[in-house]
Ligand binder design. Structure first.
Ligand SMILES: *Cc1c(COP(=O)(O)O)cnc(C)c1O
Length: 385
């Protein structure tokens, strides 16, 4: 990429501080890991993972073996890398070669993992996943029972970690939180009879805030590290991480009655000044924030400006009539802020009818990500020789 036109800035210092805040909160008997799947929630694994490692994080989670291989190239072997979404046939050797810990959730996976390391003197580390109520991945209670009834396989594989995942941790009062905790504890105590040293982990970002009972040996936050509020409806305990400003490529004066964009869906009620910015749904500006009923907005010179018309693939139109002439930046210097001090990922998520996670992971490949740390500009490739 020559140079990105939008300004997407990721504050690595904020990510570190968010991680440290969670580590401090859970106390010294529990370890704070970092979930860094999907390119660190879209923010750029190559910069995010080393920053977290430097801060002291030694446990990382990714979704796939491919992500694990990529992450291992960035982290030395004293960092543990878990692969959350299973071990598909043929991937065993990559896990062994790159020292990835697969999270296993079927007897077939356990058997394959066992076979793949028949040449090793000691079992290679792995984790097992139990479904305590999420209804997604994991051994069911009866499947776990079957494994425990014929203990040879588990004894041979010697999993180091017992993992489960919460379905409703972001809704503090949801009864499933307590229920999953009990189911998890009961299963864990059974597993411990066979594997007394096994460690356990249940909580994602929001789970950290449910209370100490949910913490076990390790917590696995992702979203909270990257600035998504883990306690919706309450003041966020984490700092925001991402700012995004899109360049204005045209300012137009349009008469009352004129329409804007595809479908001519938006008709101007008054003579208006419009700004067309570079950045559309291909860049993660959700189409739902435009069109009729769209609640998208941005800020220009500190003034709130609404999205008008439908969001296109590469461009979005804002009504900037509210910005006085003397506050209009000169052409080439005008940017509309989409994420930043005026609105965070959670606000944009509300406008788009989604969650902060999806706003982050939608941030497109056309943006050059530039990084700051501890408030200092590290680098962007732009503007340098
Ligand atoms: C994605 C994921 C997490 C992280 O969840 P956040 O809500 O982003 O903190 C933790 N555990 C598992 C199993 C996951 O898939």
């Amino acid at each position: 990429m020559v140079c990105s036109e939008a300004l997407l800035t990721i504050d690595l210092g904020a990510i570190r501080r968010n991680w440290q805040r969670l580590q401090d909160r859970i106390g010294p008997n529990c370890v704070c890991a970092a979930v860094a799947k999907a390119n660190a929630y879209g923010l750029g694994i190559e910069r995010v993972a080393p920053a977290l490692y430097e801060q002291g994080c030694r446990f990382f989670f990714v979704a796939t073996v491919n992500e694990g291989v990529n992450l291992r190239r960035l982290l030395s072997v004293d960092a543990t890398i878990f692969v959350l979404d299973g071990l598909r046939p043929g991937f065993e050797s990559y896990c062994l070669e790159y020292q990835l810990q697969p999270v296993l959730f079927s007897r077939a996976q356990l058997e394959r993992w066992h076979q793949a390391q028949s040449h090793l003197a000691e079992p290679a580390p792995c984790a097992i996943k139990f479904d305590s109520g999420m209804g997604r991945l994991g051994f069911s209670q009866s499947e776990l029972q079957a494994l425990l009834d014929e203990p040879e396989l588990l004894q041979a594989v010697q999993p180091l970690w017992f993992i489960s995942h919460l379905a409703c941790a972001d809704e503090v009062a949801h009864p499933l939180n307590q229920q999953q905790l009990q189911v998890f504890e009961a299963a864990l105590s059974q597993v411990k009879q066979l594997l007394p040293n096994i460690k356990s982990t249940l909580a994602n970002s929001s789970g950290v805030f449910l209370g100490q009972e949910w913490h076990f040996d390790l917590v696995r936050p992702g979203a909270a590290l990257y600035g998504v509020n883990p306690v919706p409806g309450k003041t966020s305990p984490v700092e925001s991480v991402v700012s995004l400003r899109l360049p204005v490529v045209q300012i137009r004066e349009v008469e009352a009655g004129g329409t804007v964009g595809y479908g001519a869906e938006h008709q101007l009620q008054r003579a208006s000044r419009l700004a067309v910015v570079l950045g559309g749904y291909a860049d993660g500006i959700h189409r739902a924030v435009g069109g009729s009923g769209g609640a998208g907005r941005g800020w220009l010179s500190g003034i709130e400006v609404p999205v008008v018309g439908r969001v296109s693939m590469d461009t979005t139109v804002f009504d900037i009539t509210a910005v006085p002439e003397d506050k209009l930046p000169p052409e080439g210097e005008a940017y509309i802020e989409l994420l930043g001090e005026h609105q965070g990922v959670d606000d944009v998520a509300v406008a788009a009818g989604t969650i902060g996670y999806e706003i982050l992971t939608s941030l497109g490949d056309r943006y050059e990500r530039s990084y700051t740390d501890w408030g200092t500009d590290w680098d962007t490739d732009c503007g340098k020789d």
